[in-house]
Ligand binder design. Structure first.
Ligand SMILES: Nc1ncnc2c1ncn2[C@@H]1O[C@H](COP(=O)(O)OP(=O)(O)OP(=O)(O)O)[C@@H](O)[C@H]1O
Ligand SMILES: [Mg+2]
Length: 466
C-alpha cells in the first residue's frame, strides 16, 4: 500500500469514526429524549388519576346523583384531556389482580398483568416502567401503586416515537455515508498535496543517483523537514565525495609510487637474462637485490591496502592489553636493530583490533630506529592511555611537521632511506578508527617525539606497573 493511499485511508477512517460517534450519540440522545417525554406524560397522567375521585370526572356538585364507578373505588370514566394532549390508555388493577377498564377511551384492549404489576397492586405502592406489545402495538407502560385500591396502569404507544427514530436513523445513515465518502475524497486530496513535495524530492534524488555526479547537491533552502532532509542528504554526498576523492588520490599516488620499484625490478630481471655474462658474486648480489625489491613491493602493497580501508571502525573490537602489544612490538624491532629501548609501560586496556594497533606501534618504533644514531636511546612511555615514542635522532624539520601524516610524504632527507612515506599515514588512520588521535613534535632535548592514543584507554588496576 502506497504512503499516499495510507494517509488517505487514515484520514477517511478518522472522519468516519468521528461521524459514526456523532451519529450514534445523536440517535441515543434523541431516543432518550423521546422516551423521557413519554415517561413524563405517563407519570403526569398517573398522578392526575390518583387524585381523581371515583366518579372519574370533576367533583359532582352537592345534591347531584352519585357517579358510577368501577369496583375497587376507581373512577368508572376517565377525565378527558386538553385538546391535542396525549392521554394514553388507562386500566386499573385491584389488589386481588382484577383488571378494570374505565369508559371513555375508545377501543378497549387489556394489558395483561405481569408479576411486577400484581405485586404493586397487592402492596398498593411502588412503580415501574416497562415496554410491552399489545395486539401488535408497542407500548410504554407505567404501573403505579394506588394504596388500598390496588394499582393504576397507564400506557402510551411507542409507534410515533419509533417512527421518528427510524426516520432519524435513515437520515443519519445517509448523512454519515456521505460524510465518510467526502472524508475519503478529502483524505486523498490532502495526501496528494502533502506528498507532492516528497515526490519532487524523490525525483531530484533519483536524478542525482542516476547521473553519478558526486559534485551535484540538492537545493536545501528553507527550514522545513524536507530542507533538513536535503541538508543531511547533501552531507552524506559530501562524505561520499570526500571518500571517493580520497580513494582516487590513493590509487593515483599508489600507481605512481609503484612505478619506480616495478621499473627497478624489471631492470634487474632483464639483467638476470644475461646472467652468463656476470660473475658469480654479481649474480648473487642481483638475486638479493631482486628479493629485497620484492619485499619492498610487498610491504608497499600491504600499506596501500591498509590505507584503502579508510578510517571507519571495522568488525568487532576486542579488549586489548596495550602495554603487552607495545612490549611485543619493541621485542620484535629490537631483534634486527642496533638501538637501546627504555620502556615505561603502564597497564592499559583499550578496545581495538590487535593486528592494526600492533602495526601502528611498529611503524612508530621503526621510524624511531631509522632516525636514531647507531646504539641510540629510544624511550617508549605508556601512561594515561597515551603512548609516546621518543628518539634521539635529528628530529622533524619544522617545514615537514605539518605534512608527516600525509600519504607518501617523505622529507627531503628521508629519500635516501628505505620507505615509502605511508608509515605515519597508517598510524594516523589507525588512531582515528579507534577513536584516538596522534601528534608529532620535536622533544625539548632534541629528537622526534610522536604521541598516539587509541580511544578511551583505561588504566588496568588489576595489573601492576612493569
Ligand atoms: N623519528 C623520526 N625522526 C625524524 N623524522 C621522521 C621520524 N619519523 C618520521 N619522520 C619523517 O616523516 C616522514 C614520514 O614518515 P613515514 O613513517 O610516514 O614514512 P617513512 O618512514 O619515510 O616510510 P615508511 O614508513 O612508509 O617506510 C619521514 O619520511 C620522515 O621525513
Ligand atoms: Mg615510517
Amino acid at each position: 500500500m502506497s504512503l499516499r493511499a495510507r494517509i488517505a485511508a487514515v484520514a477517511g477512517l478518522a472522519v468516519a469514526a468521528a461521524v459514526l460517534t456523532a451519529a450514534v450519540s445523536l440517535y441515543f440522545a434523541t431516543r432518550s429524549e423521546l422516551r423521557g417525554e413519554i415517561d413524563r406524560s405517563l407519570q403526569r397522567r398517573a398522578t392526575d388519576l390518583l387524585r381523581m375521585p371515583p366518579s372519574g370526572g370533576p367533583r359532582p356538585p352537592v345534591g347531584a346523583p352519585p357517579p358510577g364507578g368501577v369496583p375497587g373505588g376507581f373512577p368508572g370514566r376517565v377525565q378527558p384531556v386538553p385538546l391535542g394532549g396525549s392521554s394514553g390508555y388507562v386500566q386499573f388493577c385491584s389488589p386481588d389482580g382484577q383488571i378494570h377498564i374505565p369508559a371513555g377511551q375508545g377501543p378497549r384492549a387489556t394489558i395483561a398483568l405481569d408479576p411486577t404489576d400484581r405485586s404493586i397492586a397487592q402492596r398498593g405502592s411502588g412503580r415501574t416502567f416497562s415496554d410491552r406489545t399489545v395486539s401488535g402495538t408497542s407500548l410504554r407502560v407505567l404501573t403505579v401503586g394506588a394504596g388500598s385500591r390496588g394499582a393504576i396502569i397507564v400506557a402510551r404507544p411507542l409507534t410515533e416515537a419509533n417512527r421518528e427514530l427510524t426516520r432519524l436513523l435513515v437520515i443519519l445513515a445517509i448523512v454519515g455515508a456521505g460524510g465518510i465518502a467526502l472524508a475519503a475524497a478529502l483524505g486523498a486530496l490532502v495526501a496528494r498535496a502533502a506528498l507532492a513535495p516528497i515526490a519532487r524530492f524523490v525525483r531530484r534524488t533519483e536524478s542525482l543517483a542516476g547521473e553519478l555526479d558526486l559534485s551535484r547537491r540538492l537545493d536545501s533552502e528553507g527550514r522545513d523537514e524536507l530542507a533538513r532532509l536535503a541538508r543531511s542528504f547533501n552531507a552524506t554526498l559530501d562524505a561520499l565525495e570526500r571518500s571517493v576523492q580520497t580513494q582516487r588520490n590513493l590509487i593515483a599516488d599508489a600507481s605512481h609510487e609503484l612505478r619506480t620499484p616495478i621499473a627497478s625490478l624489471r631492470a634487474n630481471i632483464q639483467l638476470l637474462e644475461h646472467a652468463e655474462r656476470l660473475s658469480d658474486d654479481d649474480q648473487q648480489g642481483l638475486r638479493q637485490d631482486i628479493i629485497s625489491e620484492l619485499d619492498e613491493l610487498t610491504g608497499l602493497i600491504a600499506d596501500i591496502v591498509e590505507l584503502a580501508r579508510g578510517t571507519a571502525a571495522r568488525g568487532e573490537y576486542q579488549p586489548l592489553q596495550l602495554e603487552q602489544v607495545v612490549a611485543e612490538a619493541v621485542a620484535r624491532v629490537q631483534r634486527h636493530r642496533v638501538v637501546r629501548f627504555q620502556t615505561r609501560l603502564e597497564p592499559t586496556v583499550i578496545s581495538g583490533d590487535e593486528q592494526r594497533v600492533s602495526r601502528a606501534v611498529s611503524n612508530l618504533l621503526e621510524n624511531a630506529c631509522k632516525w636514531s644514531p647507531r646504539g641510540g636511546l629510544i624511550e617508549v612511555d605508556l601512561s594515561d592511555g597515551m603512548l609516546t615514542v621518543r628518539d634521539h635522532g635529528p628530529g622533524f624539520e619544522p617545514q615537514d611537521l605539518p605534512h608527516v601524516f600525509e600519504r607518501f610524504y617523505r622529507a627531503a632527507g628521508a629519500r635516501k632511506l628505505p620507505g615509502s612515506g605511508l608509515g605515519l599515514a597508517i598510524v594516523q588512520q589507525t588512531a582515528i578508527s579507534h577513536g584516538g588521535r596522534v601528534s608529532a613534535s620535536n622533544a625539548p632535548g632534541g629528537g622526534a617525539q610522536v604521541t598516539i592514543s587509541f580511544g578511551q584507554g583505561t588504566p588496568d588496576q588489576t595489573r601492576t606497573r612493569s
